[in-house]
Structures are given as structure tokens and as C-alpha cells.
Design a protein around this ligand. Sequence first.
Ligand code: AMP
Length: 303
Amino acid sequence: MSILVIGSVAFDTISTPFGAADDVLGGSACYFSTSASFFTDVNLVAVVGDDFPQQHIDFLSSRGIGLEGLQRAEGQTFRWKGRYEYDLNEAHTLDTQLNVFEQFKPVLPESYRQAEYVFLANIDPELQLEVLEQVKNPKLVACDTMNFWISGKRDALIRTLARVDTLVINEAEVRQLANEPNLVKAASIVRGFGPKTLVVKRGEYGVLMFGAHSIFSAPAYPLEEVFDPTGAGDTFAGGFVGYLASTRNLEESNLRKAIVFGTVMASFTVERFSLDRLRNLEYQEIEDRYRRIKLLTDFGQLD
Ligand code: AMP
């Protein structure tokens, strides 16, 4: 089952304690769709400028990602500049240039309007809503956002969240959105905005999922070397929604498996800059890490 994603396609300039990269391929929709493409078909809706090179288009096509909804406009592609200190869980945004996204009007190709699985990746919540309004009868609408939009476009974001089933955001952003420091209380406030399921990304501490009946915790995959955390969250979401769409099962037990597939996908992205680690990833490596996480958290039954 194919997924529809709207989000950013970007040039990222990043510095971490271990190196730096200038104007590399990034953006929430790129990380998401590349990750999800290991599980199912993905159609991408976004805009790039006339500076966007063919080699990046070729890469996305090589992953089988549908690009009929990728517009090319006059002007510059979205740009994000970020820095990480030794605490790699926190990205410091140095600059955000919306560029061609400022004038972007998403118009979905007719075939995309039947999408059953929709992911509103991190982008202006007004654009997220415009896309949602064109989709006929989705089974699952999942969404991501960040501090930039929570503080800059809060009202639009609250309107979007009213129509979202599953929200996938960072721990600090849950607290900011709820205006509540206690995470458990904050989770129930945010679930009150609309999403029945809240997935909280906690960087190297893993993920917490707050559902209607239970809370689920998954650790991050233990890595000795984390090189660049950019895109970890979007790659996580790609594995999560990708697995759900490929299995067509939204029961809670399957959501838990999807969380672990998301965790595994993110563990690969952070090993290199940009999407580089995903370029030569094999599906077998994904399953191997899935099994290792299972062992990591298996402490047996009570006698
Ligand atoms: P994350 O998975 O949270 O590390 O997302 C990193 C990606 O988000 C980068 O590749 C950026 O290009 C993109 N990004 C950063 N700021 C924004 C924003 N305000 N809107 C949309 N995308 C963004």
C-alpha cells in the first residue's frame, strides 16, 4: 500500500563535533520517503528550486519514490543550517530559508487523492492542512512538526492536529506544545488536541508511544558511533509508517513492531552525513538490527 508524504526537500549545511557538510541533500520528506521506500511505495509532494540537481532526482527515483507531485519552481530550494554540540540529541538551528516553499501551493495529482496512508512530514502546518484537504478517505494520517512551527504557526498547527491520528515529535516539542514540563501530563494534553496516538522521539534514549490503552517504550539501537543525527526523526517516521502501510495493520501490537522498525532505520541514518548510509543499505541489515533490539529488551517471563 503506497504512502503519500508532504514535507521539505532541502539542502542542509551541518556541523557536528565530528565533521561538517555543506549543501547536502536533506529535508524531512527526503529522509522519510527514502526510509519508507525499504517497505512500500511512496509518493512525494514538495517543491524544489531551479538549483536542485538532477543527481538527487535520480537518487529518489532509484528508490522507486513517486515524483509526480514534486514541483520545480523558479528560485532557490529550501535551506536549513544546523549545528550539534556533544549532546547530539539537540539540534541548534542557525538558519532556515523557506525559499520556494514560501509560494508553494500543493496540488495533488488525481491518483494521490486516494492515498490510504498519509504522512505530513515537518513543514508549514498550513501546507500540511492543504494536502490533507485533498485526500479523500485516509486510513492513517501521521504527522511530525518542530519548535519552529510550534512557536511560529501554533494556531494552524492546532487545526492540523485535530485531523491527525498519530503525532510523531521530539520530547522537548511535546512539552513546548502542551506547555507542560511533565511528559506524561504533556502527552495527554497533546492527545487532547486530536492524535489518538502520540509517539515521542527521545534521541539516544529511544521512543515512548502513548496510546489509548497503554504506553510502550523502545530503546534506541546502541551504536558506538553516532556521526550526524540530522534526519533521524524523519527516517524513524519512514520506517514506522512504511512498516504499517506494508502490513496494513493498525493494531497496537503492530504499532509496536513499527516503532522498532523506525528505530532501526534511524540507527542507520545517524552513521553518516545526509542520506549516505541509506544509499547502500540492504533489507537484511534492517532485519538483523530488528532482532538485536528484540534480544536487548527480552528479560523473560516471571516463573
Ligand atoms: P530531523 O529528522 O528532525 O533531524 O530533521 C532534519 C531535517 O529537517 C533536515 O534535513 C532539514 O532540512 C529539515 N528541516 C529543518 N527545519 C525545518 C523546517 N522548519 N521545516 C521543514 N523542514 C525542516
